[in-house]
Design a binder for this molecule. Structure first.
Ligand code: SF4
Length: 359
């Protein structure tokens, strides 16, 4: 197991674009949740002892140089919290800034303003975090390319180690999606969003950030190791309601096993109180899944993928996958670079359409 993802499902207020599972929670709910989480870990270690082969008094062995990262929302974390996180072993923090523009923050339904962002960043630094990331969103209703350019300019003045910049994709069921449906908000035109993406690449490159994944930029060495695991299709355990996992139990699922916890605290609790892992869905992957997932996730990385490495892990590609890759190469939607294949720069922003043949 290369990593662990823990979904803690409590937020002060639901953001207008969010389709993650979260609810409002107080101290008692948090304490209660902590107990469930510990039981979930014990259940996993009991069921898959090989994967959790560790000294008797611990549940998982954590490598001494592990990246231990958390997301933090401005307006909900103070200096004391950052000190506690640092003392508790966290090595990296990703601050959910999203925008520095007051109206854009309101459209997104964020609870914070620009001042809280500054305070969170300052407090994280003072607490000793050297690896601090800033998360941003662009392509938001009402946002002009010039607003986004200003967001980028301000972001780099914070000198974060890492910047994520995702284009907004309103999910059905979210307030922002409904507001767009009612005609109260409208998405910026596609060419304007594409312009924002190009601007992101340009500004962050000239500020010294390496564009290492479609939506992620880092100072050398500050790439997010946790997310790289997803893009390289390495195993991780998902804990907490709605968490997904991928792991490779010895002798049981050579191509991996995907798990999904129920997206509700009650469903999650039910499973655990019955003494079972709370998995709502389990999918044993086959060779085709392994190949397709490795390609689709791996091609998000600018370094692309090495087909020989995937073959070493999963055996030869199924015929339809091999043909799809050949078609993408001959149509120029993929390019070869040494032993690797990758997406050309001009297709990064439209990677989903470009890689349709692999879905
Ligand atoms: S976007 Fe983040 S902070 Fe906002 S509701 Fe979702 S999980 Fe909570």
């Amino acid at each position: 197991m290369r990593g662990i993802y823990v979904h803690i499902p409590f937020c002060v207020k639901k953001c207008a674009y969010c389709d993650f599972y979260s609810v409002a929670g107080d101290k008692t709910a948090l304490e209660d949740f902590r107990g469930l989480l510990v039981r979930e870990m014990d259940l996993f270690a009991g069921k898959f002892p090989f994967d959790a082969a560790v000294p008797a008094d611990t549940v998982f062995f954590v490598a001494p140089d592990a990246e231990v990262t958390t997301e933090a929302n401005p307006g909900t974390v103070g200096a004391e919290d950052f000190r506690t996180l640092r003392a508790g072993g966290f090595t990296r923090v990703s601050i959910g800034v999203q925008s520095f523009h007051a109206q854009t923050l309101r459209t997104l339904g964020r609870i914070h303003g620009v001042e809280e962002v500054r305070a969170a960043h300052r407090d994280a630094r003072r607490a000793g975090f050297s690896s601090i990331g800033i998360d941003l969103i662009f392509g938001i209703p009402g946002q002009e390319p010039s607003d986004w350019a200003a967001d980028l300019d301000i972001s780099v003045t914070f000198l974060p180690a890492h910047i994520s910049a995702y284009a907004l994709a309103p999910e059905p069921g979210t307030p922002i999606h409904r507001a767009i449906g009612r005609g109260e908000l409208s998405m910026p035109p596609d060419d304007s969003v594409a312009e924002m993406y190009e601007k992101t690449r340009k500004v962050l490159a000239s500020a010294g950030y390496r564009h290492y994944e479609i939506s992620n930029f880092a100072r050398p060495g500050a790439e997010c190791r946790h997310n790289i695991k997803y893009w390289r299709r390495e195993g991780y355990l998902g804990l907490g309601p709605s968490a997904h996992g991928l792991f490779f139990p010895q002798g049981k699922a050579p191509f991996g096993m995907r798990t999904a916890n129920p997206p509700s605290l009650s469903g999650y609790r039910r499973g655990i109180e019955e003494g079972c892992l709370p998995w709502e869905n389990v999918h044993i992957c086959n060779r085709e899944d392994a190949w397709k997932e490795s390609l689709i996730a791996g091609l998000r990385m600018r370094e692309g993928i090495d087909l020989a490495e995937i073959e070493k892990k999963n055996g030869p590609p199924p015929e339809d996958v091999r043909r799809a890759v050949q078609t993408l190469l001959s149509s120029g939607k993929l390019q070869e670079k040494g032993s690797r294949i990758l997406l050309p720069v001009h297709l990064l922003f439209v990677s989903n359409e470009a890689l349709q043949a692999l879905v």
